[in-house]
Ligand binder design. Structure first.
Ligand SMILES: *Cc1c(COP(=O)(O)O)cnc(C)c1O
Length: 367
């Protein structure tokens, strides 16, 4: 039986081969390899993405994790500070906080959407809390209006983690445009992906934008004028050129992901599994299509036997990872995330997934 991949990046490349090959060839012909103020491909992508999001500043960098770290540094979050993060996410979200020297404070998630439970944030706020990093997990948008209201009340910085939510909206407004700043990853498998590691910070705050640019480029805004010790985190010309090509298709691809989600849901609605729940007022872009079932092992066996790839995002809540063992958390501290981690399963999802593939997957699940 033919394999159904979890993500198929080959079809997308085949469909855009002429455009992408010529974009890459231009970068090589211009030897515009390394990012920086003189790289026209990097400048162009930053402009393109700023226009797409309707934000003032896009500052590209080497990957999404760096963008979180650089933003935290730009906001001067460090030792003795606490930052609120969801208990369920990719580790970059909390890792960046720890790398800044601050303490990630984990908040449990909602049982239906698996997004950070906004009602549990306030009880975690202390005198040390400086920021919240909301994660639009799986491409579903958090209620950013409530989060901003809460942040204003407690004078907190909001850095949106949009690594999984390119193009997702809350109340018709794009994720990444609500907070003081946002972080994007362009890892190849994300809804907007480069052909290697890539990321960006976005903000409407010029001071923060300049700081980010400085930190990401060895502490300089002008060549050889190092105002501080920064780091090297640049977007390569090749990735920038590829991203500019792919950005034009992001909305079309997201619509196809939504169509695929609708098709999955229509066949699976009576299959006795918990389907993904779109948050109220959210436009979900289905970076991942995550179902939940109590007896996951049987499902895993069926998919494996039928050559259907799947994944688990994520098998362990962040606070229960070994990295945080010294904090002494138990699953009772995050009951919803702990339970969900044993039930969740991500089905194949990509814009080009065919009706036939969806039908085959759904039929096996219903069987
Ligand atoms: C992918 C991801 C990141 C990190 O992005 P990289 O580009 O891989 O460093 C951060 N947060 C979330 C939620 C992610 O899914």
């Amino acid at each position: 039986m033919e394999k159904i991949p979890f993500v198929d990046l080959k079809i997308q490349y085949q469909n855009l081969k002429t455009e992408i090959d010529s974009a890459i060839a231009s970068v090589i012909a211009d030897t515009a390899f390394i990012g920086g103020s003189s790289n026209k491909y990097v400048n162009q992508f930053e402009k393109d993405f700023a226009q797409y999001l309707k934000v003032e500043h896009v500052i590209s960098c080497a990957n999404g994790t760096d963008s979180l770290e650089i933003l935290l540094e730009a906001f001067q979050i460090s030792k003795n500070d606490e930052v609120i993060v969801p208990a369920l996410s990719w580790i970059s979200t909390s890792e960046a906080v720890g790398r800044a020297g601050a303490t990630p404070v984990f908040v449990d998630v909602c049982p239906d959407t698996l997004l950070m439970d906004i009602n549990l944030i306030e009880e975690k706020i202390t005198a040390k809390t400086r920021a919240i990093i909301p994660v639009h997990l799986y491409g579903n948008a958090l209620d950013m209006e409530s989060i901003i209201r809460l942040a204003k009340k407690h004078n907190l910085i909001v850095i949106e983690d949009c690594a999984q939510s390119h193009g997702a909206k809350y109340n018709n407004k794009l994720t990444g445009t609500f907070g003081h700043a946002a972080s994007f990853s362009f890892y190849p498998g994300k809804n907007l992906g480069a052909y290697g590691d890539a990321g960006s910070m976005v903000t409407n705050d010029k001071t923060i934008a300049d700081k980010c640019r400085m930190i990401a480029n060895h502490g300089q805004l002008k060549k050889h004028h190092h105002q501080m010790e920064g780091r090297n985190s640049r977007l390569d010309g090749i990735h920038a050129a590829i991203l500019s090509v792919k950005l034009k298709y992001l909305d079309v691809w997201n619509d196809k992901r939504k169509d695929a989600a609708t098709k999955y849901a229509s066949i699976l609605q009576h299959a006795g599994i918990q389907l993904p729940v779109e948050n109220v007022n959210a436009s979900h872009v289905y970076h991942l299509f995550v179902i939940q079932q109590e007896n996951r092992d049987e499902l895993i066996q069926k998919l494996s036997n039928n050559n259907i790839e799947f994944a688990i995002h994520y098998p362990t809540p962040l606070p229960l990872m070994e990295a945080y063992s010294t904090r002494g958390f138990t699953s009772n501290d995050f009951p919803v995330a702990a339970k969900a981690c044993n039930q969740i399963l991500s089905l194949p999802m990509f814009p080009e997934i065919s009706d036939l593939q969806i039908k085959r997957i759904a039929a096996i699940i219903c069987d």
